[in-house]
Design a protein around this ligand. Structure first.
Ligand code: SAH
Length: 349
């Protein structure tokens, strides 16, 4: 009789590349062997270093109305804020002084920040010596090109789900094809591209989660963040549950590490909301990046995508060293571009 371990080994002896390979891994009742495998692949390909990216949530105005998101346009209870360009660059300067090498600028789709204003902010942060990652949602190719010209290095845009019908049901008035167009434009413009999905959306199937992973492989992404869906009380999905979403997200992340062994994978903040040690656990199941929130509390307390977002606490990059040491890891000194790993691998061949 085949033991569970034999069966697991079969699927772990080569990278899962088809839906049929991925589904049994997503359904594992004991995912421990999968997690161990992802951890060892992570160590072999990207090492024990953890890259820290300083996250600035600079505006929660949003023109979109995604059903799952707490800063959706229709949520009249959300307290809206918009940091000024000076406040944004000041926060970035503090983050760089505290040892961060990358600044991530994230917001709702806020039209106040046009391409000129954004480009100016990007240039100012690049002048501090930091790499700049943007997460501003869907823009035109021209806007993406302008940000790139201003020096932006990376762009994060989750596909959220590859199930087009589900996407268009949950993101009314948005087009799934346009989101894919954005990701393709970003790749062509030379960004390091991050994508990712939400796990546990109502109506989402394991089959569609498997398709998400195949989609990341086909782009291919340089980074992908897997976030458990956490229902927000002031959204139409308030009555949904988050049961099981943490473990399923870890499985998605671990399988992604097997399929795309050298990409950057963040231990997402939403994982910490569902489990007190969520991010440290994720780092032991394939992740190699953390995005600490460096936004002033007065602002980010209102960037409530989902309830229970951990409060940042002004933590210098060095303070992460201690936490990471507890799991045998350390803060990486470099910028952590995926392109740099790829160059190293080519050189080693
Ligand atoms: N406007 C940007 C940033 C969106 S917010 C963009 O469109 O990319 C960042 C991420 O938060 C989203 O991509 C989504 O995956 C996640 N998110 C939104 N609502 C959530 C919820 N209820 N639970 C967990 N994650 C959520």
């Amino acid at each position: 009789m085949q033991t569970l371990d034999d069966w697991t080994q079969k699927y772990l002896s080569r990278p899962p590349l088809t839906r049929g390979d991925i589904l049994p891994l997503l359904s594992l009742s004991d995912p421990a062997p999968l997690f161990r495998k992802a951890d060892s692949i992570r160590r072999r390909f990207v090492g024990d270093g953890v890259y820290l990216r300083a996250l600035i949530e600079f505006s929660n105005y949003c023109k979109n109305d995604c059903m799952y998101c707490g800063i959706r346009r229709s949520n009249a209870q959300a307290v809206r804020y918009r940091m000024t360009p000076n406040e944004i660059t000041h926060t970035a300067r503090q983050a760089v002084a505290a040892g961060y090498k990358t600044v991530v600028l994230q917001s709702g789709e806020d039209l106040w920040f046009d391409a000129d204003k954004m480009s100016d902010i990007i240039r100012r942060i690049k002048n501090l010596g930091a790499a700049v990652t943007l997460s501003l949602g869907e823009k035109t190719r021209e806007e993406y090109a302008a940000y790139r010209k201003a020096g932006a290095d990376r762009y994060l845009l989750r596909i959220e789900t590859t199930d087009k019908n589900l996407y268009e049901k949950l993101d009314p008035a948005m087009s799934w094809d346009n989101r894919v167009r954005c990701l393709e434009d970003l790749k062509e413009l030379g960004y390091e591209v991050g994508s990712g999905s939400l796990v546990g959306l109502p109506g989402q199937t394991l089959e569609s989660l498997a398709e998400d992973l195949l989609f990341f492989k086909s782009l291919p992404v340089d980074m992908a963040g897997i976030g458990p869906f956490i229902p927000h009380p002031h959204t139409p999905l308030a009555q949904e549950k988050a049961d099981g979403h943490f473990e399923l997200s870890l499985k998605m992340m671990a399988i992604m590490r097997l399929m795309l062994p050298d990409i950057n994978i963040p231990a997402t903040t939403a994982m910490e909301t569902l489990h007190p040690q969520g991010r440290l656990l994720a780092l032991q199941c394939g992740a190699n990046v953390i995005m600490p929130n460096v936004t002033a509390e007065t602002f980010c307390k209102n960037y409530e995508l989902y309830p229970g977002k951990p409060h940042p606490g002004a933590r210098a990059a060095a303070a992460w060293q201690e936490q990471l040491a507890s799991i045998g890891r350390s803060v990486s000194a470099g910028y952590g571009f995926h392109g740099d790993y790829l160059k190293e691998q080519r050189a080693a061949r």
